[in-house]
Ligand binder design. Structure first.
Ligand code: NAP
Ligand code: MG
Length: 478
């Protein structure tokens, strides 16, 4: 699909030892599950990678009990400065084994190796370093220093290790123990993380990893023995979990979907804006809750922006996720691919103009070409619903107020981007956007010191930064 020919530069997968089958990680040991084992595949090839245990209700119960015991006997009473040592140790091991983890993440998820290597794994380590620093300073957090107890955590497949780090690092720093369920299609880095917990000599039961599908997650969040539910995933499941938890004493944080506006004004630094649009929607195949999936471009520069964007999209390399030159990897699952096809077909039927660069898709695996829809109106489903794939909807605006009105016209409120030369305009627009995160002249930047989370149907609670501690401390209610 590129005007240039490149020699393939695949990263070797020899560094990873993928076992034939994996058990659950409960009380510091791998055990067989009592459910029906399932398979995880490489979405770029459809090759079966491993068989993974399914936790049934009795396994969930055992994991919660192990976490409770560890909380009561070891982790809760342990001074913060001692807990910090374990978190630092985990952070360093993540760095030491970064290459192995990146390759495994790419094989199980389909994301390009340059992203797992340069974003997912370093940011996961950074979260452990950052929250390790908080463990002995909680009295300065503003939320007290009393942990909640046992946290039940459920995460999605788009950033498997990074979402694990966002959940586990602050929970442990605050003195909680955890039971975490990774997504069915991407369990392998969470199970490698379990090995890392063993390597770090983390006391048994402090971290428990239970694999399975939605039913396992449902059992976990409904278990009476947990004190806190932390969920990242779709708005539909988030609402169901909120209903389950309502009326109980459990604390809850929800990080749900998004439909971010990326707003480009006519005075924007154009080359950077084009890169920002591309990064905003094609990073991680668009499987990003805060993806810049709605491009709002000022009418006077719309033609120029579109022309440049199409030219840039024509140079994106789609293919083998393990190749270091790959920009766009595989779609995570057949089910997700079907959803992207369905919504894209709806976009076409609704009358929007569909364009993709010439692009050869591999014969096996799940693939979708980078796609842009023009002439999109607010009423179109592709402007309102989360596609969660490499599909950009382009809308235009004339005035800053119209841009704000269109940007906020969504049930979501997770993130937004602003591209302009004027600092005063950035401050003005950012203040009027109902979005938890607003990036200015950049996009998709993640840092452990910065809180992340949404408004409206994007959920509630913050992850990252000092604010992220509130989700795991009792004093936050005060
Ligand atoms: P999902 O279906 O909601 O799944 C998320 C997790 O919940 C998975 O581990 C899933 O298990 C589990 N689950 C499914 N049904 C459940 C239930 N009834 N009770 C408890 N757990 C249940 O979402 P997804 O399709 O995997 O992920 C994509 C969505 O997540 C998108 O909408 C995206 O915007 C959102 N997301 C949000 C953020 C954020 O920070 N705000 C970050 C990433 C993703 P299985 O996968 O094994 O079925
Ligand atoms: Mg997989």
């Amino acid at each position: 699909m590129s005007i240039f020919e490149y020699a393939p530069a695949p990263e070797s997968r020899a560094i990873v030892d993928i076992k034939g089958s994996y058990g659950l990680f409960v009380n510091g040991e791998f055990t067989d599950g009592h459910g029906t084992p399932f398979k995880t595949v490489n979405p770029a090839t459809e090759e079966v990678l491993a068989e993974v245990a399914e936790a049934d209700a009795s396994d969930v119960d055992a994991a919660v009990k192990a976490a409770r015991k560890a909380y009561d006997k070891v982790w809760g009473p342990m001074p913060g400065r001692e807990r910090a040592k374990y978190l630092y140790r985990i952070a360093r091991i993540l760095q030491e084994r970064a290459r192995e983890i990146s390759v495994l993440e790419t094989i199980d998820n389909g994301k390009p190796i340059k992203e797992s290597r340069d974003v997912d794994v370093p940011t996961a380590a950074a979260f452990f370093f950052y929250y390790a620093g908080w463990a002995d300073k909680l009295e300065h957090s503003g939320y007290g220093s009393t942990p909640l107890g046992v946290a039940g955590q459920v995460i999605p497949w788009n950033f498997p290790l990074l979402m694990l780090a966002w959940k586990i690092a602050p929970a442990l720093a605050c003195g909680n123990t955890v039971v975490l369920k990774p997504a069915e299609t991407t369990p392998l880095t969470a199970l490698l993380f379990a090995e890392i917990c063993q390597q770090a000599d983390l006391p048994p039961g402090v971290v428990n990893i239970i694999t399975g599908a939605g039913a396992t997650g449902e059992t976990l969040v409904g278990h009476p023995g947990i004190d806190k539910v932390a969920f990242t995933g779709s708005t539909g499941v988030g609402k169901a979990i909120a209903r389950t938890v309502a009326g109980s004493d459990k604390k809850i944080t929800l990080e749900l979907g998004g439909k971010a506006a990326n707003i480009v004004f006519d005075d924007a630094p154009m080359d950077q804006a084009i890169e920002g649009i591309v990064n905003g929607i094609f990073f991680n195949q668009g499987h990003v809750c805060c993806a810049g999936s709605r491009l709002l471009v000022q009418e006077s520069v719309a033609d120029e922006v579109l022309e440049r964007l199409k030219r840039r999209m024509s140079t994106l390399r789609l293919g083998d996720p393990l190749d270091k030159n790959t920009d766009v990897g595989a779609i995570n699952s057949a089910a997700q691919l079907a959803r992207i096809h369905e919504l894209s077909d709806v976009g076409e039927a609704e009358g929007a103009g569909r364009w993709s660069p010439e692009c050869e898709l591999p014969a096996n695996g799940f693939w979708f070409p980078p796609t842009v829809f023009t002439g999109v109106s607010q009423a179109h489903r592709i402007a309102r619903e989360e596609i969660f794939g490499p599909v950009l909807s382009v809308l235009t605006f004339r005035t800053p107020s119209e841009a704000v009105e269109k940007a906020n016209n969504t049930p979501y409120g997770l993130s937004a981007g602003i591209w302009t030369d004027k600092g005063s305009r950035i401050l003005d627009i950012a203040g009027r956007l109902r979005a938890g995160v607003v990036w200015a002249n950049t996009f998709n930047k993640f840092d452990p010191t910065s809180p992340f989370g949404g408004y409206k149907e994007s959920g509630y609670g913050r992850e990252g930064g000092r604010h992220g501690l509130a989700a795991y401390l009792k004093g936050a209610d005060a």
